[in-house]
Design a protein around this ligand. Sequence first.
Ligand SMILES: Cc1cc2nc3c(=O)[nH]c(=O)nc-3n(C[C@H](O)[C@H](O)[C@H](O)COP(=O)(O)OP(=O)(O)OC[C@H]3O[C@@H](n4cnc5c(N)ncnc54)[C@H](O)[C@@H]3O)c2cc1C
Length: 452
Amino acid sequence: MARNKKKIVILGGGFAGVECARQLESYFRNDSEIELVLVSEDNFLLFTPMLPQVASGMIETRHIVMPIRAICHKTKFYEGRVKNVDPFGKLVTLWGTGEKRGISIHYDYLVVALGSETNFFGMADVEKNAYTMKTLNDAVMLRNRIIDMLEQAENETDPILRKSFLTFVIVGGGFAGIETAGELMDLLLDARKHYPTIHREDIKVIVLEALPMILPGFNEKLAKFAKQKMVERGIDIRLKTAVTSFDGTEVTVKSLDVYTKDSVDESKIDVIRTKTLVWTAGVTPVNTVKRSMLKTDKGKVIVNDFLEVPEFSGVFAIGDCALLMDPQINRPFAPTAQLAEAQAKTAAHNLNALIKNLEKEKFQFQSKGQMAIIGKRTGIATFLGMNISGLLAWLIWRNVYLSKIALPDKKVRVFLDWTIDLFFDRDISRLKLVKHETEKEYKVLDEVDDVW
Ligand SMILES: Cc1cc2nc3c(=O)[nH]c(=O)nc-3n(C[C@H](O)[C@H](O)[C@H](O)COP(=O)(O)OP(=O)(O)OC[C@H]3O[C@@H](n4cnc5c(N)ncnc54)[C@H](O)[C@@H]3O)c2cc1C
């Protein structure tokens, strides 16, 4: 292999990483001197906006994932977990497992797009006992859990235990929490017909949110509409309420109305008995980024206006793992797929500029609008400058997100899933899952250039 080739390595196969690879493929389509490499833990792009619909069984699991090899044809793909980034030696090391060797990959240019993971804010008991909604595995596990709870409740004679089986607590009133609560309610009401002893009033879905409103960042009127519709469907939304612990059986919550740093009014501490708590209350960059040699603030990589890491020319950070301030509110941008893709375009443009000695561009973001679905064919959307709610917003959501699925076969499959859901009951089969393999040092293989 010729050594004068330049290698661009992208870390992370999410919205940011994949979009960046696609843009770079189009910039360097006919340039044999540029090699593109993408490394990610999973060999697919997960379409997170539809994750709650996988948890509710409306969409089949595989239909919201797109194999990276099917989207990025000119990029060399490595399925592996990044262990270490060495920006001085320009080297990325991947973990080995019991079955595969760890390897090191040299780069000339680097794009860090490793995204984020669930943030439990240091609450170890919550982390141990809660369900999450971030990965495909999370959605499948939650769906199985909900069905298992219905199975257990159907034959349970102890009324207290039965009640806790049928109480589902979702923590976090953002995108993920609200969409999950809406979908979960749809699944429970749909599935209930197979469980003759479980009545509508036995099922409790509770959303806990620390802020005084749900869906922060949305138009206030639309957020209120969403709340009202969800309450009408029987979802209990408790605002200004924070979780302090969850032992797998009881959630302890405190009212933030009376809470000060030094004193907590004990009378405002409450306990909810549940076996299922879904934690969606925040994300934080992955540990690989936090413990890297790149400068971070609250775990996010500090970048300049060109999305480049100031200390290391040719190293970019984009998506959920990059720290970028929204000049309009003087706070970091909310982590969204829309923002991640916009950053990917700028990073690819600037890499092209760097390599071809052209002028780099500053990152500027203009939101195209926001949308959320809240269950039972209802949604809210700010779209083309208009505020829309109800069935129309739900239809817009479906059209917009369907159009964003990159592979035509997946688009058709999702559309068919939605259509089938209109006419048939949801599948209540519960699948048993295998445990995730843990990381393990095995043997580090040197520079892979020699291998392929
Ligand atoms: C349930 C849910 C619903 C959402 N709905 C919306 C929505 O409707 N609209 C919207 O705009 N946004 C939505 N979001 C937010 C959106 O998904 C994220 O902002 C977006 O995915 C960020 O893209 P990213 O590429 O930065 O990170 P990610 O998409 O998280 O991608 C990071 C990638 O890096 C990989 N990775 C991480 N660590 C390692 C490692 N050590 N080694 C190798 N690979 C690694 C991961 O496997 C992943 O493939 C939602 C998120 C969730 C969880």
